[in-house]
Design a protein. Structure first.
Length: 317
């Protein structure tokens, strides 16, 4: 295996010691990996990609009929920010309703859209919790420990990403620091526990390692997984959430579909007891997910203030 390539792990038998060891190594060295043998049916993958392409092909006015708002995060949006810089992309977000203002919005012009999105969401949810149990084991806890803060009201969501062709894509791709914006998504880490990403055949995702950007090349039948800030806190920096970005292409669009595994709003998290000892004190104070997510969303949706980072919760040495 090329040491400069993101690891590919067959998780058909995820609980085996050899597989868990490969997972631990990937989390320590990259914070990113691709999984095969994951069990998500190819039919569901094809249907959700078809739904995404059909939706983003609609006229702008039709898409904005289901535009998200600051009060309801589910729906279409085309001017999201990453660290206060506008992304070169369009998105559609789907997540659970809260019984109030937060509710899914569906495009009536795309037959089968709702079914394809809901079905793929359920498959990702199942896979994400399997991976979370494996991480819990690798961090010295029982398999179900990390899922305690999730429950039936977890705030995970599915996103459809569309990156239109970008005339300035070459400038962005050449600039290691991302100063040649517009990038599809600027350099960032994910705030939750795990992200599961489905890529189309166009490359574009890049991960930073040792100061260099590495392409996460699309692989047929694979799902890209990266750990988020929450896992970095749980592991007390044993596993670090990797900085990543999405570049654009000058002459062709790109689609990707991430699933973000997030806990319930009331969940509090801190370094795990197995990751703390006399020589390794806790590096983070307790974080409430509801507070953290609210502050992050305010920075993503519009420039309402600083986009919160876990570094703001770090305990000074």
């Amino acid at each position: 295996m090329n040491i400069n390539e993101v690891p590919v792990i067959d998780i058909h038998q995820l609980g085996e010691p050899r597989t868990l060891a490969r997972l631990d190594k990937a989390c320590r060295e990259w914070g990113f990996f691709q999984v095969v043998g994951h069990g998500i049916p190819e039919t569901s993958v094809r249907e959700v990609f078809a739904a995404a392409r059909a939706f983003f092909a609609l006229p702008t006015g039709a898409k904005r009929q289901i535009e998200r708002t600051r009060d309801n995060p589910w729906g279409y949006y085309d001017h999201e920010l990453t660290r206060n810089v506008v992304d070169w992309k369009q998105i559609y977000d789907f997540g659970p309703p809260d019984g109030g203002a937060i509710r899914p919005q569906w495009p009536p012009q795309v037959p089968g859209f709702r079914s394809a999105v809901r079905t793929y969401y359920r498959h990702c949810e199942q896979l994400a919790f399997r991976l979370l149990a494996a991480l819990s084991t690798n961090l010295g806890m029982r398999p179900g420990y990390l899922s305690r803060g999730f429950g039936p009201d977890h705030t995970s969501f599915l996103r459809l990403n569309y990156y239109p062709a970008c005339p300035r894509a070459a400038d962005a791709a050449r600039d290691r620091a991302g100063r040649g914006n517009p990038l599809g998504v600027g350099p960032h880490t994910d705030s939750g526990a795990l992200t599961l990403l489905l890529q189309d055949a166009q490359s574009g995702l890049q991960v930073s390692r040792d100061g260099e950007w590495h392409a996460v090349e699309p692989r047929q039948g694979a799902i890209v997984v990266n750990i988020g800030d929450m896992v970095q806190v749980w592991s007390n920096d044993r596993y670090r959430a990797a900085l990543h970005r999405a570049i654009t292409h000058a002459d062709k669009p790109r689609f990707s579909i991430p699933f973000f595994l997030n806990p319930s709003y009331g969940a509090n998290y801190r370094p795990l007891p197995t990751m703390v000892n006399g020589k390794q004190p806790p590096r983070y104070r307790e974080i409430n997910w509801g507070e953290f997510r609210r502050r992050r969303v305010s920075g993503d949706y519009a420039d309402y203030g600083e986009e919160v980072q876990i570094a703001q919760y770090r305990i000074s040495a």
